[in-house]
Design a protein around this ligand. Structure first.
Ligand code: ZN
Length: 149
């Protein structure tokens, strides 16, 4: 067995390389169909909407809403802080455009479905992992992030 790491690093191929390395320039790159403008994730070489084969990596805003999440209490490695949040976020650019990520810089108890988040990148080896943090900032009193109430 390989030594587990805090986050599983993807293996790069021609389809997904831009997604995992765009963070080097601070860009979240999502594959987009040149013919119909449809965003495609996970990346595949053919547009599922129009079957077009002209796709390219296009930068998106990095803004998203949490669509669902789960708390992981398993401490895979000694320095891994638990619990941590595994979430599916929906990018602002397109309904249903979702990716699986971690939510950071936020107490797990404060995470909720519909929470606005923004991308931040965490460099690990050659990969820039797109992680997400709350879009609202705490106010000066340190009040918690507003929930759906
Ligand atoms: Zn298309």
């Amino acid at each position: 067995m390989n030594q587990p790491t805090p986050r599983l690093l993807p293996s790069l191929d021609t389809d997904n390389k831009s997604f995992w390395t765009g963070g080097e320039r601070g860009e979240l790159l999502i594959q987009r169909c040149l013919a119909c403008g449809h965003y495609i994730h996970p990346p595949v070489p053919v547009c599922p909407k129009c079957l077009g084969r002209d796709v390219e990596a296009a930068p998106v805003s990095g803004k998203a809403l949490i669509a669902s999440y789960t708390l992981n209490h398993q401490q895979w490695v000694p320095n891994l802080e638990i619990p941590y949040v595994i979430a599916i976020v929906e990018l602002a650019e397109q309904q249903g455009l979702r990716l699986t990520t971690n939510i950071i810089n936020c107490p797990p108890d404060n995470v909720y479905i519909g929470m606005p988040v923004s991308v931040v990148f965490e460099k690990q080896e050659e990969i820039f992992l797109p992680l997400f943090e709350p879009r609202e900032q705490r106010d000066e009193d340190g009040a918690p992030y507003p929930g759906p109430s």
